[in-house]
Design a protein around this ligand. Sequence first.
Ligand code: PLP
Length: 405
Amino acid sequence: MNHTVHREQLIQIGIKYGTPLYIYDSGKIEIQYIKMKKAFSSVKNFRINYACKANTNLNILKFLQNLGSGLDTVSIQEVELGLKSGFHPKHIIFTPNCVSIQEIKQAVDLGVRINIDNLSILEQFGDDHQDYPVGIRINPHIMAGGNSKISVGHVDSKFGISYHQIPHMKRILKNTGLKIEGFHMHTGSDISDIKAFLRGAKVLFQIAIDFPNLDYIDFGSGFPVPYKKNDIKTDLYFLSNYLIEEFQSFCKDYGRQVTLILEPGKFLVSESGYFLVNVNVIKHTTSTVFAGVDSGFNHFIRPMFYEAYHYIENISNPYGRFRFYTVVGYICESDTFGFNRKISEIREGDVLCIKNAGAYCFSMSSNYNSRYRPSEVMIINGKDFLIRRRETMQDLLRNIVDVKI
Ligand SMILES: *Cc1c(COP(=O)(O)O)cnc(C)c1O
């Protein structure tokens, strides 16, 4: 796979900051942002809202804000991080699931946009806040998404208000006087079937046409990135051609232009990230050669949690003889980064680079086994900047109340 950051630079940064280490190439984030922007350049009001749960480092948020992005958030804490990094409240959309009415009211106090995804909360919200227009997250009943954990738009999904419940929703709006400013769908991460996505979009248009006060229609995300050679990438132009055509025809019928929103997380940041780990031990068993590294699912859980494939390269010895290894972590449970991988000969002390480490990697990390979470570095204009310090024992103890027993 091609490096946008040169291998030598990764090694130097690894030496400077130590491992385990996350490195993000801001240049790649910018390339992805511009790619998406260009594919929709014919839409007058087009916005990209970065889904920040993929990576919430404040510096990533600020970088995307500077590019002109808005923000998609799923917790009130993400909303606050967004405001701290300088996003205008109206450029932040709060799209939570199963949160309390109190948390939604906090979002009102902060002035951000809100997508509501169930009728109970809609009714409670409408009772007190009929003057605060909201968006509605629709469940279009489309099966899409890379695996069952990240497929969220199907009929049994906990997300969204079913389009069969629109009559009930309309009654609630009438009873409360609440106005709807947008419609939203998000059918899952890693959708490979763009046609399924477009079917969902059509459902949204059919619903939206009856609501006169709309500002936006938000089609969510799920745009995949390649994890290995020959993986499908999102065919942005295939997607944008069809979506734009349907969107323009909707706006014509609707009588005016509304804003088209997409909220990619993975698409913007996944490929920008590299995770460097040090090989502590090479262990031969009767069947396998293990490379044991100084990290585990406490830092990088996607391979273990989703069986996600992440390409692994030995950057210390790129031109060695290729052999088969199973790369594992140091956690006291099975934590396999890559099973039976062909990798250039690995020696103890080598640094391995795990690719596609920008999305859902650090943000899903934990302190399991009482390990410190790694530091993060961002490359901006060729220079490396530390954007998160490695944790210390103080971090592990910060909230412990030491009761004298
Ligand atoms: C997670 C999420 C996204 C981003 O999904 P990606 O697959 O990372 O692009 C967008 N919108 C909502 C509501 C989400 O929950």
